[in-house]
Design a protein around this ligand. Structure first.
Ligand code: SF4
Length: 293
């Protein structure tokens, strides 16, 4: 059994940066270090950060001192208003691409556009972006039927950074037919698009795909759905312990990909387990290949 790891898989630039900033703060700061909500959507990575000394809080009003790390998804600007900067140090680990989306939403709002955010209303990144549009933005989830909305004469569009480009085009096409003035910022992040592209290309060539990442990770879930469109079985797992021997019966080539919040060590454990499953079937073969374009 040959196991092929997709060319682009696992931590993206923004997540890597946020994790590094958090780990560095846990070591260098004397006081308590907190993150507002989980730093990234991966239970194993969050647990590993907790062991380094980071604590998760769900309400910034709970804080009266210490260091607060803003996660890669960003934070609603209203939540920062109650923080006393002389008592609480803020380390902003918002991904620069997410920050750019927030800035575009703010700009559109200030220039009088009705801001439309394409994405999942309940996702923390989207909730924060809405805050930069004066809490008046309309969120449209392209995976649901498009609502009949009177958005007015001037409409400005931004997208959750992990949105699929086809979904983006579909909603923009719809808005184009119903709006006099439409201003669009394509805020989709290349990292997501590249991971999706590499996963799709691989999924077409293998008998089975394993998608590794948090079940609470929107981009991993989307990756798993995308791989499943290729017609072969696709399994979304969080850790190697979830792999079931039964899945690999008759499979000659197995593809592996991972969401942008999946740590490298979790991927390595999955590859090790697949390696041992492969070795048990053909002991002389090296089974894991890493794709590099
Ligand atoms: S997927 Fe893109 S926007 Fe999101 S954290 Fe990673 S690099 Fe930033």
């Amino acid at each position: 059994m040959e196991v092929i790891l997709a060319d682009k898989a696992g931590f993206c630039f923004g997540v890597k940066r946020a994790i590094n900033m958090a780990s560095e703060a846990a070591v260098s700061r004397k006081g308590k270090v907190y993150t507002y909500g989980p730093l990234i959507h991966n239970p194993q990575a969050v647990e590993s950060l907790r062991r380094e000394g980071l604590e998760i809080i769900n309400d910034v009003a709970e804080l009266d001192s210490g260091v607060l790390i803003l996660r890669s998804h960003g934070i609603h600007p209203g939540l920062l208003k109650g923080i006393n900067p002389s008592k609480i140090e803020i380390i902003d680990a918002t991904c620069p691409f997410v920050k750019k989306t927030q800035e575009k939403a703010k700009l559109l709002y200030e220039e009088g556009y009705r801001v439309v955010v394409l994405g999942q209303a309940e996702h923390p990144e989207v909730r924060a972006i809405v805050g930069y549009a004066g809490d008046e933005a309309v969120v449209i989830n392209p995976n649901q039927s498009l609502p009949e909305l009177d958005l007015g004469a001037k409409v400005g569009v931004v997208a959750q950074t992990t949105l699929n480009i086809e979904n983006f085009k579909q909603v923009v096409g719809h808005l184009l037919a119903t709006t006099k003035e439409l201003r669009i910022f394509n805020t989709i992040c290349n990292a997501t698009a590249e991971t999706q592209k590499a996963a799709l290309e691989l999924a077409r060539r293998v008998d089975l795909m394993i998608v590794v990442g948090g079940r609470n990770s929107a981009n991993t879930t989307r990756l798993a759905k995308l791989c499943a469109t290729c017609g072969h079985p696709s399994h979304h797992i969080e850790t190697a312990s979830e792999l079931e021997l039964e899945w690999f019966r008759g499979a000659k080539r197995v593809g592996v990909t991972a969401g942008s919040s999946t740590p490298g060590w979790v991927i390595e454990e999955v590859l090790d387990r697949l390696r041992s499953i492969g070795k048990s079937r053909s002991p002389k073969e090296e089974t894991v290949t890493r794709e590099r374009n």
